[in-house]
Design a protein around this ligand. Structure first.
Ligand code: NI
Ligand code: MN
Length: 226
């Protein structure tokens, strides 16, 4: 699979020919000014929770591409009022799409839509097909619920975890999360976008290495083969 980082918690994964965009927050992110939202391909836009820094460009991408939104019930219902089609999930539930199975899993965080509407409870996604399985945690604290993932989903090939601290777990807790989810390859996100979440890259990589885990800190616009 091909992974392209758009900064913050935003990225694209091409999964066997299907274009998945996660938590698009690009045009308001000065550090991602070299990413052209108009060029982003999407069949589905997956939104972990309702905060602005996870959905700012969702509507624009849907308008450009005709993509469907996959998120929790409250967020999908909010988009349906704007004539955006979606597939609602709720925690613990999974659905088999044409590209693979998506399971919506717990996150410990908050979730309120930009207009003050209820964004439901925040979550993350575990996504798999016959070729691969990965986890995107969304914004979350370290939580014991992460231990359920290896018990209920196929073995993870990689995971995308927030590591920036302050609003989510920091890299120390994220390294423990990597142990809970039994995954050796972690892509960090939700770091360096603004002052509260700037991190020491070397210390973050070391926190994971000390536990036998590999932390990748992608540059904005960087593509990875995962
Ligand atoms: Ni958030
Ligand atoms: Mn966030």
């Amino acid at each position: 699979m091909n992974f392209t980082y758009f900064g913050h918690a935003s990225f694209h994964i091409e999964m066997d020919g299907t274009d998945l965009v996660f938590d698009p927050f690009i045009t308001p992110n000065e550090k991602a000014s070299h990413i052209n939202v108009e060029e982003i391909k999407a069949d589905y836009v997956l939104i972990s929770h309702a905060h602005f820094d996870h959905l700012a460009d969702a509507e624009k991408i849907v308008q450009n591409t005709g993509a469907k939104v996959i998120s929790n019930y409250e967020i999908v219902t909010w988009y349906e009022k704007k004539e955006v089609k979606g597939h609602p999930l709720n925690h613990g539930g999974k659905w088999k799409f044409d590209f693979g199975t998506v399971k919506y899993v717990n996150a410990v965080h908050t979730s309120c839509l930009p207009d003050g509407s209820n964004g439901g409870n925040p979550g993350g996604f575990v996504i798999w097909n016959d070729n691969a399985c990965f986890y995107f945690a969304g914004d979350t604290a370290l939580t014991m619920d992460m231990k359920l993932i290896p018990q209920t989903c196929p073995k993870l090939d990689f995971a995308i975890l927030p590591i920036g601290d302050n609003f989510t777990m920091g890299y120390e807790d994220a390294a423990i999360a990597a142990q809970f989810i039994e995954c050796d390859t972690i892509i960090g996100c939700h770091f360096d976008t603004f002052g509260f979440i700037e991190i020491d890259h070397a210390a973050a990589v070391k926190a994971f290495a000390d536990k036998g885990k590999k932390l990748i800190l992608p540059g904005i616009g960087e593509k990875l083969r995962v």
